[in-house]
Design a protein around this ligand. Structure first.
Ligand SMILES: Cc1cc2nc3c(=O)[nH]c(=O)nc-3n(C[C@H](O)[C@H](O)[C@H](O)COP(=O)(O)O)c2cc1C
Length: 224
């Protein structure tokens, strides 16, 4: 059986090449990111790409200026994809979420919201994070080790799936005649009691078009 080829673009508004921003006419003003995102999304849809992918990095410092300048300052990926949801009609929109520091309920909710607002075009890239300075930005003494990060990541994925499954597709009945909005039997709790993640549910966004949002992952360790 042949599978269709799926092609997307990883979006970095400052560009991927470290000194690319110095090129005459290159985008180099983060205050004008909206303009560049709009242009990239239009070009991506026009070219027939399947998705746009937005990575994330939860810390910054002057050392990044000559290594990965695009990491120095950038808008958060969920905001970027929400912005593009209203400007595009066909292309998939994948935002990165860091499972070490994000809250699974908030993540399930914002991704379900993106799926509703984009008409079923949401995707999420889950990473455990390779930047230790993220710890200090989230009230942690240290960046957890690889094993601990993946223990939490596994529970995080379980939490997302249970929350996205908390509404059956036909739970929202909106029967105006009877005055009944939902079928309470088709709404269920998440009730996850993990070592790292605890969440009760149900999710306060009704089942999104895709049901479970597709999960992308790009780690490199054996656990990944
Ligand atoms: C193609 C690719 C893209 C990645 N994008 C990100 C990213 O945007 N943010 C991030 O924190 N880590 C990113 N990573 C790193 C991993 O997802 C992972 O969080 C990190 O490498 C630590 O896990 P590991 O030890 O399993 O690799 C990326 C890795 C690859 C291979």
């Amino acid at each position: 059986m042949t599978e269709p080829l799926v092609i997307g673009a990883m979006v970095r508004t400052l560009g991927a090449y470290p000194s690319g921003w110095r090129h005459p006419g290159a985008h180099r003003d983060p205050a004008r990111d909206a303009e560049v995102l709009r242009r990239i999304a239009a070009a991506g849809e026009e070219a027939g790409l399947d998705y746009l992918f937005f990575g994330d990095w939860l810390a910054t410092g002057p050392d990044l200026e000559f290594r990965d300048p695009y990491l120095l300052a950038r808008i958060d990926p969920v905001s970027a994809v929400l912005f593009l949801a209203g400007l595009t009609s066909r292309i998939g929109l994948i935002a990165t979420v860091n499972t070490t520091y994000a809250d699974p309920y908030t993540t399930a909710r914002s991704l379900a919201s993106l799926d509703v607002l984009s008409g079923g075009r949401a995707g999420v890239n889950l990473v455990t994070g390779a930047e230790p300075r993220a710890a200090g930005n989230h009230g942690r003494a240290a960046h957890a080790d690889n094993e601990t990060r993946y223990d939490r990541a596994e529970e995080f994925v379980t939490a997302l799936r249970r929350l996205w499954d908390s509404w059956d597709a036909d739970a929202w009945i909106a029967d105006a005649e009877r005055g009944v909005l939902i079928d309470a039997d088709r709404l269920r709790a998440a009730n996850l009691e993990g070592a790292h993640v605890r969440v009760t549910g149900p999710l306060n966004v009704a089942r999104p078009p895709q049901g479970r949002i597709p999960v992308v992952h790009a780690g490199t360790s054996p656990r990944s």
